[in-house]
Design a protein around this ligand. Sequence first.
Ligand code: HDE
Length: 750
Amino acid sequence: SKPAKAVKDVVEAAAGKVADALTSDVPGAPGSAPPTVEEPTTPHDPLPPKKEQGAPETRTPTGAATGAPTTANGQQGAFLTTSQGARLRDTDHSLKAGPRGPVLLQDHHLREKITHFDHERIPERVVHARGAGAHGVFEAYGKAEGVTKAGFLAKGRTTNVFVRFSTVLGSRGSADTVRDTRGFATKFYTDEGTFDLVANNMPVFFIQDAIKFPDIIHAGKPHPDREIPQAQSAHDTFWDFVSLHTEAQHHTMWNMSDRGIPRSYRMMEGFGVHTFRLVNAAGETALAKFHWKPKLGVHSLTWEEAQLLGGVDPDFHRRDLYDAIEAGAFPEWELGLQVFPDTPEETFAGIDLLDPTKIVPEELAPVQPVGKLTLNRTPTNFFAETEQVAFHVGHLPPGIDVTNDPLLQGRLFSYVDTQLTRLGGPNFSQVPINRPHAPVNDMLRDGFHQQAVHAGVAPYRPNSLDGGNPFPAGDTDGAFVDVPVTVTEAPKVRANPASFDDHYSQVRLFWLSMSPVEKEHIVRAYTFELGMCYHQAIRERQLQCLANIDPVLCAEVATGLGLPAPEPTVPLVDPAPSPALSQVGRQWPADGRTMGIVVDPTAGLDDVDEVRRAVFAAGMVPLLVAPHGGLVGGLPVQRTFATGRSVEFDVLLLAGAPAPAPDASPARDAKAGAADSAAVDPRVLLLVDECWRHAKAIGAWGAGVDVLRQAGVAGTPGVVTGGSGAEVLTAVQQLLAAHRVWERFPASVA
Ligand code: HDE
């Protein structure tokens, strides 16, 4: 029939086209010219699979590649293949019955490509979903040998590590700079088995018993009806819970302090929170808390910086970590231990060591450094490493054991449980980032995503068929031995020890340890967050909690909320302040900081290059800021007035006074008069204004001094001028040691 003939014609025509295509314009087709694909995809010799991408034959020996990857930016070979290795000649068109016809079900490549894509996402972490990771190395000083036999802490021992930093409440795509606790989880690939130190940047937790974890997280996560707000605690359900469940008040105070908005992951402390039990070679035990101390000091953003960054650069912390490592400014921390005698009471200086809402002030138990962590390599693939890494508080090497802290005990259950869902089955320890570097010889078998080809027939004990293997390690074979702690005979109860009832004295200790400017920030944070609540009853209830912490704090926040300040309902004790808790008043190295240098392409650039080099030499990052990109005076411009914002700088230098571009700001031109040749580009004035408001050091020389005058900040604290760039640089470096020019902040709270 006619229609049948029409179809036949179309098919034949199409077949002709395909035949043409096969012999003419498809690269690599028989008889055609060799592939001429342009950079950057020019075919080259196939690269061998990466070491860590080869599936392990058996699970022993395992271990992720430790050196820098050789194919960091490369695919695995020149030619595109299916997942089965068959070379593909087209990945841009579905197989169709004619160019305008329906797509054929038989197109396996289409289905494979789409199906795999459909399953690319895995569930995000139920908490700590947003994170950034890095590889590094840990070097032990040997100072912990007296208290623990853990081999990785023996003198001179170096151990590869992977660290993942995170926020807690937000989803994977949320902003980095929100007010929240930060995770600081470290995987030590020790040769006695992996040790995970799953820490936070705050030393206390909201709850004393893991059974309350779903409660605090449900309260902190967005409201179930509208799913807002994202990644923050400034809402009714959070404050409803913490004001009712008052053991949360200590952690909440840390969140409201500057610790809730770190300047950088590189500038955060880390805390293991719980007390652990250490065992030395002689079998003696001690109790201990783990601390990370950043070499660059503990620094925070201002609230306004955090807000601006949420819009300008929501990836600020992730980018900062990556850029620093790529630039060779490797972040460093010292691992420290607070060690306590292992007494039956499990207390120190009257503080219950099993209560995770309490700290032991460093002035009472100094943090003793036992090793150094250096992060020196960024991940090759975010998903493979940072997203798939799985930490567990139960991953402990011989020499480190748990205590009865009920929060820790619950965590021991939770991590692997959540990972079974998140990573889709029980074999995620075979994922390269999770593979131990110690030889693995377990009897775990089968399951989803099994990668190993286990030899042998007897994954059970005792057996005779596999020669009895594997055998339990004997006393001298370095086995993990649970400390035989005596469990006191006691009735089964759902109850806390009485010492857990003190919910306020240490919150007060924290408050009293703050400098006036830090107190001011805390007041503002409470006032903002409670101001975001809709329910008056919740504000009033939280004010009552603040009254039980400190009357000044309570009165200041109450004034901000327009509510009366209640009287305390508990006696206020006055513990000795702990200066170690304050971030102000200490001096830190200035390296690792970012310095914006505003240059004027029309004016002298005399010592700009010299200053740039000196900044580099001091371990800081200089970023030239100019009206346009490209080169200025032969120097590369890193930020333009369109892309540079003050919030990414720790200090601002003005080497010039760039005039506004003709169309930069009509309003300002009109105001200042077009003939006003001294007018400075308003975007430069904004940079200065924000840096000043955020209490950052500002320096200027030459024409830059004029900018300070126009911005109205000349001669104010922390604003330095000088005859040369070198002179100004020295002065701002000194200011940087204090992190900010603290006296610029109004501090009405004494
Ligand atoms: Fe976690 N926590 N947590 N946590 N936690 C998780 O495990 C949990 C707690 C911490 O970068 C989850 O794999 C319970 C304290 C970090 O991958 C989950 C309790 C501290 C990370 C879990 C706590 C932490 C997690 C979610 C109360 C500091 C991110 C995803 C008893 C000492 C790790 C996952 C990473 C992640 C449970 C309390 C730190 C659900 C039940 C206290 C840094 O298992």
